[in-house]
Unconditional design. Sequence first.
Length: 292
Amino acid sequence: RAKKRGRSQYCYFALEMEEQAQSRAMLERDLRAALHLQQFTLHYQPVVDLASGTICGVEALLRWQHPERGFISPATFIPFAEQNGLIRELGEWVLWQACRDIADVRRRFPHLGYVAVNVSARQWRLQDMSALVGQVLNSTGLPAQQLVLEITEQSFIDDLAFVSRELRSLQLMDVRVLLDDFGTGYSSLSYLKRLPVHGLKIDRSFIHDVTEHPEGAALVRATLAIADSMKLAVVAEGVETSQQRDWLLGEDVRHAQGYLYARPMPLDELLALLEATHGRLTITEQPLQVVS
Ligand code: C2E
Ligand code: MG
Ligand code: MG
Ligand code: MG
């Protein structure tokens, strides 16, 4: 190692870059194989009605169990799948699996609300989303009102008019669409103006700040005022403490998700939770696990 470093800096960086390129190539190869090897699963995180603690829906979150590298976070591989176009196949798989799973769960727990599926902005360009959604709802039997799509943003949507038309056809089908991670990156006011969405999800970085900094609270209040005047639904992401929950309740926020209530979990755990709680999560003063 020391010897390697002893060579020219250029050589050292070139080597590192080569290693990086190799590991990217490996990741790409493995990502393609993973779909066929069934290494992907979905976890579900409850979304609750803050006032009552009732579970009003679940968000489907993708998990990749790599045989050698272990668990790989979607935050790592989704941007990658977006770049190489694999997001199309992957996104289709997620939509089918989530709708099948939740249509099943609803046969046992008819009061479980919606399933929210993350759709990357790239997917709208790569496939006919409204046709796909129609097909999936048709064959899984999940009612359209029970499906929510969350638009996640890694890059600028280059054709807002096109996506906007797609969203309108989904609206006509009664499928709701939420703008995810609102306030961060590209998910911002200009999208709110141009895209017909049902509501927005306030990113957890903002929720974290509401009880920490007065400016943090001010930003969320401003977002809530915008949502209110545009008649948009709001979901607060990443609620971890009862102080945050109380603050949100004080601001009349209705829906939230976060570790305070439940972590994302495999389907069988979700079923056990619904069984044990009758769909109502009560929060003790000491949350079970709070991870900062
Ligand atoms: P997201 O859609 O904003 O999902 C919420 C993320 O916050 C999830 O991370 C969830 O596990 C995490 N989270 C929930 N509650 C808390 C909390 O109280 N505290 C903290 N610290 N985190 C919390 P995850 O599962 O790692 O997913 C990361 C991102 O990857 C998602 O962010 C979404 O943008 C993307 N993603 C996940 N699944 C899919 C998918 O099926 N398709 C696409 N296109 N993107 C996906
Ligand atoms: Mg999401
Ligand atoms: Mg989000
Ligand atoms: Mg987020």
